[in-house]
Design a protein around this ligand. Sequence first.
Ligand SMILES: Cc1cc2nc3c(=O)[nH]c(=O)nc-3n(C[C@H](O)[C@H](O)[C@H](O)COP(=O)(O)OP(=O)(O)OC[C@H]3O[C@@H](n4cnc5c(N)ncnc54)[C@H](O)[C@@H]3O)c2cc1C
Length: 386
Amino acid sequence: MTSVIESDEHKALREAVSALGKRYGRDYILRTIAEGRPPTELWADAGKLGYLGVNLPEEYGGGGGGVAELSIVLEELGAAGSPLLMLVVSPAICGTVISRFGTEEQKRAWLPGLADGTRLMAFGITEPDAGSNSHRITTTARKDGADWLLTGRKVFISGVDIADAVLIVGRTEDARTGRLKPCLFIVPRDAEGFSRRQIDMELNAAEKQFELVLDDVRLPADALVGDEDAGLLQLFAGLNPERIMTAAFAIGMGRYALSRALEYARDRTVWKAPIGAHQAIAHPLAQAHIDLELARLMMQKAAHLYDAGDDIGAGEAANMAKYAAGEACVRAVDQAVHTLGGNGLTREFGLASLITAARVARIAPVSREMILNYVSHQSLGLPKSY
Ligand SMILES: Cc1cc2nc3c(=O)[nH]c(=O)nc-3n(C[C@H](O)[C@H](O)[C@H](O)COP(=O)(O)OP(=O)(O)OC[C@H]3O[C@@H](n4cnc5c(N)ncnc54)[C@H](O)[C@@H]3O)c2cc1C
């Protein structure tokens, strides 16, 4: 029966993706991490089944859905212990921006590959000296004949080693200072003057983060996606799906951790009854479940608004969903580790490493505090301190 919250199609997608996720599972991801390589087989299988491009237009090889469908894919893979972080970036940000603002040529060049997973794109906005304040980014594009020359630095950019190109957020020379007027460039991974250094992260994840240097990288005119004067609207067309997808990532991870804790709490007996019978163990797990469900509801609202074309409404909901999901994930993982006692910290059970992984959802792509700032100012009309 179709529920008000989720259609039969969505439920079927959830089940099918969940089955794929379980076929791979946590052990597969841990193996790829140990081998220092990306989860290529799962990515390829998800691509063949059409899951990586569910949100992209059908005429370019996608599924014709939206971020609602793509968030289901990521949540279910995560709940099975095998999340694909690059879904947040490649189809959700880059695929969306190109399909909404790209030229016909750019769409044909990129979307079919992003949809079937044979091509992958990373996304770079964060800079060492700007951080949460994107208005301070200084990566600058200057015209040289018909070409662009792009110069700047980026940090914490995920998956650059496995990406064919990076969608870089910069600003043009004549909009170098003041309020950000962003413009987006497709920079091929091997472009001259473009270098990367892997950052040593304490994250047990298959995807790696990089610091990037762009030193007068020469790009053809058609490397620019969209209008150089379109400004923030164009950027947020990608950033709102990113927030919704980060919520999906967090909810999936929280569900995975919770399910491991539940299995353990049902069996582990050190007094008369299994530890799950003690309310000090049961209630925090019940709270974690409620928090994850609530976060998912807000994520669904955000996805629904975004897919319906309400960019402004989606902005507020996407921020709230990312906040709620990040917090719910951090708490669920913490409680899961605690539920396992000493085993919460063993490699065999593999939950402790999720403690740092869960924190990613609190920090990126926009931190908990910046969302609270957004809600204070935009939703509640309070004055700014900065
Ligand atoms: C695993 C991982 C993957 C990432 N992948 C990508 C990627 O693919 N592409 C990309 O572009 N970026 C990526 N990032 C970067 C991420 O988006 C940034 O780390 C994030 O935006 C925060 O910026 P920052 O680290 O510079 O922190 P800062 O901006 O230095 O903030 C530090 C702390 O100060 C707080 N703070 C800052 N300003 C305020 C304020 N006004 N009020 C209250 N508190 C404030 C913040 O909340 C935070 O707690 C990734 C980060 C991580 C950890």
